[in-house]
Design a binder for this molecule. Sequence first.
Ligand code: XMP
Length: 512
Amino acid sequence: MRGRELVVVLDFGSQYSQLIARRVRECKVYCEIHPFDISVEALRRMRPKGVILSGGPANVYQEGAPICDKRVFELGVPILGICYGMQLMAYLLGGEVEPADKREYGPAQLIVDRPSPLFEGVPRESRVWMSHGDRIAVPPPGFEVVAHTANSPIAAMADEDRKFYGLQFHPEVKHTEFGSKIISNFLFKICGCSPTWDAASFVKRAIEEIRRRVGDERVLCAVSGGVDSTTLAALIHRAIGDRLICIFVDTGLLRLNEAEEVRRNFEKLGIKLHFVDASQRFLEKLKGVTDPEMKRKIIGEEFIAVFADEVKKFGRIRFLAQGTLYPDVIESVSVKGPSATIKTHHNVGGLPDVMPFELIEPFRELFKDEVRAVGRELGIPPEILGRHPFPGPGLAIRVIGEVTKERLDVLRQADAIFIEEIKRAGLYDEIWQAFAVLLPVKSVGVMGDERTYENVVALRAVTSTDGMTADWARIPYDVLARISNRIINEVKGVNRVVYDISSKPPSTIEWE
Ligand code: XMP
């Protein structure tokens, strides 16, 4: 991916580093996040048009504080320091940082005191978002104070000659009224970038890159039918055609008609799919197992085993394509760096650990919604791009207790009715995830004149932006009533439906 304009964010551990990158991308400028201690040589080789120093929880004088190489300031490119990034800039360039009298957290009124290209189009007074303990006492030589707030006499500083800028507040968060304007000023008026990064240019470059790397070899890809793997397959297929080998494993833990739908979708996209029905194998392995983590472990291992068996049929394949997304990359960067957020990923995984593939990960630089944009660009139908996330272990973690074919079938029918009604009510797209859960309890009911003693189905629907936090969806009562009625009438073996009204945290989205 050479020959494009790049802005680098150096990550000092801020929870907002991803957001900075995102705002830059929204301006159609390509952006990468790297750990703060990346070597200057590596940075120079990337030839960035600008560097942004993120915020972070440390203070510059504390022992072990993340400090970047001072030569970053000798790259000859504009630098924007945000919060800790600004303090570090002051510290390394000869200014003074001091603890503020009190921590400043939340909104503040910014007053711009002198003109600067960074604040072009930003009114003299505007609302900004603060979150810091320390502040600048004396700016480094060459810098001038550009703006202040009531609690931060130096809320923005600039050395217009060297094009170094520091902001005490966070322009990347939405609460900063003109934050996007400030970031776009930095990119366009200061770094001289042009807004050329979009899905079409991404696809064009990615295809060139894939062709260059793969030559006339073949690429293997495990597809689930979800947004990421379908888009990945479509992209690689466009690059190398039928030298892409897609394997789809039916684990028997999929939703009603799902395997068939995936097969049809790939047919429509013109991509050959090697379909493996391994449902018996998975069910065998899951017999008698009730512990959720045990289920995950078994399914993960079995998946690898099935995949390995299948791959043998194709002879030696050099490359494996994976739909790793940007947040995954950042998280692995942050594991090494100072960020505290580490999430376990349970995606159909571990393949590269046990098989000697070279990885192709064209989405390493994208966020989920950017993958959707790429998918649209590649002509993938909106129904696929808008699909709710579905966990790797599938319905096994939604049949609470032992997983059997019979219980899976009951769940599948209830789940299909739930989704159908949510779609009919026009609610599907505003819900992050909706699904049914089969509980391991039975309840008493009455149907006609008969007493029944049957299964309970729980409905779970949540709104969320990233799956990390979530709230239960306020589905209208009449829609819930219709769903409950239909499930109890149409699904044999269910006589009670309940709606889950827990948020995450403290609950999780899935029940297991
Ligand atoms: P929780 O239940 O942790 O789920 O709130 C957050 C998101 O992750 C999905 N999830 C999984 N995805 N393998 C996956 O591929 C798993 O084992 C797994 N567990 C949860 C869940 O569906 C939700 O989108």
